[in-house]
Design a protein around this ligand. Sequence first.
Ligand code: DX5
Ligand code: ZN
Length: 216
Amino acid sequence: MIAPSILNANNMNLGQDIKQAIENGIERFHIDIMDGHFVPNLSYGPELVKDFKVAYPLTEAEIHLMSNNLETTLPLFVKAGADLIELHLEATDKVEYWLDYLHESKIRAGIAINPDTPVQEIKPYMNKIDQLLIMTVKPGFGGQKFHSESPDKIKQAKELIAQSGKNIPIEVDGGIDNKTAPLSKNAGAEIFVSGSYIFKKGSIAHQIAELNEALR
Ligand code: DX5
Ligand code: ZN
């Protein structure tokens, strides 16, 4: 599955770009929320998610929550209608509490890990996550280069998940294009977040087709 990240789309064309991606088969968007504290950048607020779900109730809104102020930020995105929220393992010492909170709110829960966080650290939470996001760049900005050691990390995560007997899909995010997506897929990733490659290279239809082709 391809989950476009709208972070690097042109905000003046955002509605049109989202519509085009949906017309080209996209069923989930990856919405990057940055709090200016956990990462040195700011992005969107809950109103965007709310408007998105009103316009496209059948398309999933996956929230990549780059925030360490979860008491304030996380409930806002629950209320806004997120389908899935991914919180960073590095951002809180109450991971379990928030995973439970999400499930009690009937929202799927994911954990995101930074490039320098070992995969073993997800072990205690395997029973409580619906998805694992392996960051393939340092979070904060779009348009960065895929970290070349990522496929090894994906393989390790895949093994850990297999040992647990759970069905937890692995998602990759950062520098994903028609070269790095197949590398990640071969290592075990199933969900591919892609921002600049889809929204900054001209035709969205063409870029989605290229990425689909590379992942075939
Ligand atoms: C980075 C974000 C991304 C990223 C994707 O903090 O999590 O989702 O911007 O954009 P590209 O595909 O441009 O790396
Ligand atoms: Zn992201």
